[in-house]
Design a protein around this ligand. Structure first.
Ligand code: ADP
Ligand code: 5GP
Length: 215
């Protein structure tokens, strides 16, 4: 065989962009944290924002904090996969670091809504894997939002209202998982990720490997 410096089961592959979306309260934050803790090959995509850092936030870790002028220059130079204005500040997914990472085999996790998903998918269909998380029932969604203890009754009511609209975009995803038991759901998320990593088009190391097999 030609190159013996790399074990055959660790051939080079292209990274992927793994999107987890869900109506608020269905569990995407919980699943994202579990994935980042368990899987060393995936990292959270770091967005750029014009919002000032909150106490404890680190530039380059939580966000790339940039001035409005710098953000506009990046928009003009087509440096974003997607961007949006949220509560008066601009947020965007910068292409540069992700492109380089994908080439090097790094996977990126995105915890974004259906609009961001559509934009990302339009820019780069080959590298994007879209997963939608559904709650087992509307009652359970409500219970989880209440149980999380982060929102007032009014905010919960607004989130429930929005949840119905978000659920209506379920058919814009490659995979849909119902998050009933969290461990079962997490196993499914990992199974999708593992299978997607093995897709032939992502396994860029296969061509020289197979060439070697065939002598
Ligand atoms: P999202 O990020 O989609 O808004 P979270 O991950 O914050 O949702 O989950 C909402 C709440 O529901 C949290 O308190 C979380 O611990 C809880 N939760 C998530 N998944 C499950 C599950 N499968 N069973 C029970 N509770 C869950
Ligand atoms: P926060 O200021 O609380 O960190 O984020 C506010 C909102 O901006 C959240 O809803 C978050 O999902 C959204 N957001 C963060 N980064 C991006 C991004 O890169 N693109 C888009 N479209 N929204 C983002």
């Amino acid at each position: 065989m030609g190159d013996t410096s790399q074990p055959a089961d660790q051939l080079h592959r292209r990274g992927l962009m793994f999107i987890l979306s869900s109506p608020s309260g269905a569990g995407k934050t919980t699943l994202s944290r579990m994935l980042l803790a368990k899987d060393p090959e995936i990292m959270l995509s770091v967005s750029a924002t014009t919002r000032p850092p909150r106490p404890g936030e680190i530039d380059g870790v939580h966000y790339h904090f940039v001035s409005p002028d710098r953000f506009q220059a990046m928009v003009d130079e087509d440096d974003f996969y997607e961007w949006a204005e949220v509560f008066g500040h601009r947020y965007g997914t910068p292409k540069g670091a992700i492109r380089a990472g994908l080439k090097a085999g790094q996977d990126f996790l995105f915890d974004i809504d259906w609009q961001g998903t559509q934009q990302l998918y339009q820019k780069d269909q080959q590298d994007v894997v879209r997963v939608f998380i559904l709650p087992p029932s509307i009652e359970e969604l409500h219970n989880r939002l209440k149980g999380r203890g982060t929102d007032s009754a009014e905010v919960i009511a607004a989130r429930m209202e929005r949840a119905r609209a978000e659920i209506s975009h379920w058919d814009g995803y490659d995979y849909v998982i119902i998050n009933d038991d969290i461990d079962v759901c997490f196993d499914k998320v990992r199974a999708i990720l593992e299978a997607e990593r093995m897709k032939r088009m992502r396994q860029t190391g296969l061509i020289p490997f197979v060439r070697g097999l065939m002598g």
